[in-house]
Design a protein around this ligand. Structure first.
Ligand SMILES: NC(=O)c1ccc[n+]([C@@H]2O[C@H](COP(=O)([O-])OP(=O)(O)OC[C@H]3O[C@@H](n4cnc5c(N)ncnc54)[C@H](OP(=O)(O)O)[C@@H]3O)[C@@H](O)[C@H]2O)c1
Length: 309
């Protein structure tokens, strides 16, 4: 039995994050946006989640917020599971009460990364670390909640703001003489804005929970193509050099994952097959090179004149 209908608005969690920030801008034309701060909606606190949803009564809940510190999660399991595993289930339960739908974001790290084939949605999962395990548990909790839901698994998210590989590499390449970058993990770097565009397409095609149920399930959603972290860094520095703004860069050296030990193990194969997304929503994210070029243009446009060599 449902409590009452929703208000027609869109609740976006994690608005300070890479994807959340883009969602707030790109979904604005589709309804009133509620973008609570962590103080107003703390995913680590079930009561806070229930209170926020019951007060705002949105039509859609879009949940890009997550505990995304992959290495820290190894020693902070409880927090990672509270935010990534328990919270999506509670969002789902509250959504079901008011007949709202949930658009959730998950990760390639739910897979073990064996082999070289792109993973399909139906392939067996097997996370290598706490972060991946917590995200997988979140997918399952949402699916069990009874809410109309769509779960987008993406990979290697970057953009013009926030903590991401691209911005780190661009900074380190100016600060250091040489840089080593892992060259045996394969995936698709995905621009946060492309994911927000996809979200806008999904919410347009499925404006309410009833429509969302027709699309319900998990979809792989990454940029087209594949590359290693080393190849991605190489292309970013090539574009940066071409802009003429930066004149000096560190030398890049490819290394293996074994040469660069981290607390969390990472999949060597992060390739996701996005065929289902394309056939369902008639949309594919652009090739990673195209989006990287757009991001670099935006970064150059925002940066001050080139410093003297
Ligand atoms: N980044 C990647 O490479 C990557 C790859 C694959 C999948 N994904 C998935 O894609 C989604 C978006 O990732 P992203 O890169 O945009 O993440 P992000 O930039 O790290 O942002 C995470 C957001 O979650 C919020 N958050 C964390 N803990 C919270 C809590 N207890 N209560 C409320 N909000 C909380 C953060 O708020 P604060 O600013 O207050 O910390 C921040 O706004 C996530 O679901 C992630 O798992 C990411």
């Amino acid at each position: 039995m449902r409590d009452a209908e929703n208000t027609g608005s869109i609740l976006i969690t994690g608005a300070s994050g890479q994807v959340g920030g883009e969602l707030v801008r790109l979904l604005a034309s589709l309804g009133t946006i509620h973008a609570p701060t962590r103080a107003e909606l703390d995913l680590a606190d079930p009561a806070s989640i229930r209170r926020a949803v019951q007060t705002l009564r949105p039509r859609w809940i879009v949940n890009p917020a997550a505990y995304t510190a992959v290495d820290r999660a190894e020693s902070d399991r409880e927090a990672a599971f509270a935010i990534n595993a328990t919270a999506p289930g509670i969002l789902g339960e509250e959504a079901a009460r008011i007949n709202a739908a949930v658009l959730h974001f998950s990760t390639d790290y739910v897979f073990s990364g064996d082999g070289t084939n792109p993973y399909r949605e139906s392939d067996p999962t097997g996370p290598l670390g706490v972060y991946g395990a917590s995200k997988l548990a979140g997918e399952q909790a949402l699916a069990a909640s009874g809410a109309a839901h769509i779960n987008l698994r993406t990979s290697w998210v970057y953009g013009t703001t926030g903590r991401n590989f691209l911005l780190t590499i661009l900074r380190l390449a100016r600060e250091r003489e040489s840089l080593t970058v892992v060259n045996d993990q394969h995936g698709a770097p995905t621009w946060s804005r492309d994911l927000a565009r996809l979200a806008a397409i999904i919410l347009t095609q499925a404006p309410d929970a009833e429509a969302a149920r027709r699309f319900q399930g998990t979809y792989h959603a990454t940029a087209q193509g594949e590359v290693t972290w080393f190849g991605f860094a190489q292309e970013a520095l090539r574009l940066s050099r071409r802009s003429g703004l930066d004149t000096r860069f560190a030398r890049l050296t490819p290394v293996t994952t074994r040469d660069y030990p981290t607390p969390a193990r990472r999949p060597s194969n992060s390739r996701l097959d996005c065929t289902l997304l394309a056939s369902t929503f008639a949309y594919s994210l652009p090739p990673w090179q195209q989006s990287l070029a757009s991001v670099m243009e935006e970064l150059f446009a925002a940066s001050p004149a080139a410093p003297a060599a």
